[in-house]
Design a binder for this molecule. Structure first.
Ligand code: FES
Length: 216
């Protein structure tokens, strides 16, 4: 009888330890949602809705609520579209390398990435895109919090620290028939503060990823 009691006690203790040691799965999505980009009125975003080198902050939440991403249509200093290629991006924090998604849209110039700074999590307006003709940080995304800069023309790779991770890229696809854009995945470093890009928040409840423009 005594042995049985001890055995039951050990079993209970072991279960508790296992439950503590294995992180609870807090994922609110089992896979990345595929969401068309829409304006606040629900209409799909078309290319003409995205200004080349728009200095305003154009963001949408993805893959979860309150996780802002930049939507950029990149151009040169004359505001002509620039075709953005895929780029090998390094993650100094982990030694990982990955290929960034190429730009999409009729000119291959539309890209998107997390707007959560990978250093300590600052978001727009502290983290913002500076147009190529800007006198400071031209063509880069700069974080006013501690000075990290990222290059959106090269897969949102790191230009200067203190960040040790690039901005995670959004995989966009373009429907040329309807001139619409769809977000289907995040790739690269895990979003700052998350153990997984699909956990730690609340699932989006909208049918599309709503694009908002906020003057910084
Ligand atoms: S939070 Fe952006 S540089 Fe520190």
């Amino acid at each position: 009888m005594g042995v049985l009691i001890i055995g039951a006690g050990l079993g209970g203790t072991l279960r508790s330890v296992i439950q503590y040691a294995i992180p609870q799965n807090s994922a609110v999505e089992s896979s990345f949602p595929t969401l068309i980009l829409v304006l606040p009125n629900g209409n799909p975003v078309h290319t003409s809705d995205i200004a080349v080198n728009n200095p305003a902050l154009v963001t949408f939440d993805y893959p979860l609520q309150n996780e802002p991403n930049f939507l950029l249509r990149l151009g040169d200093s004359s505001n002509s579209d620039v075709k953005v290629g895929s780029y090998e991006v390094s993650v100094p924090a982990t030694g990982q390398k990955y290929q960034s998604p190429a730009g999409v849209g009729p000119y291959g110039s539309v890209v998107a990435a997390s707007a959560i700074c990978q250093h300590l999590g600052c978001i727009p307006p502290e983290l913002r895109f500076h147009t190529p003709s800007s006198s400071s940080f031209g063509g880069q995304i700069h974080c006013d919090c501690h000075g990290s800069t990222y290059d959106p023309y090269k897969g949102f790779s790191i230009v200067t620290g203190p960040t040790k991770s690039p901005l995670p890229s959004i995989v966009l696809s373009y429907d040329s028939t309807n001139d619409t854009y769809t977000a289907s995945q995040l790739i690269g470093a895990t979003i700052y503060g998350h153990t997984s890009d699909l956990s730690g928040g609340n699932a989006l409840t909208t049918k599309g990823a709503v694009v908002n423009t906020v003057e910084g």
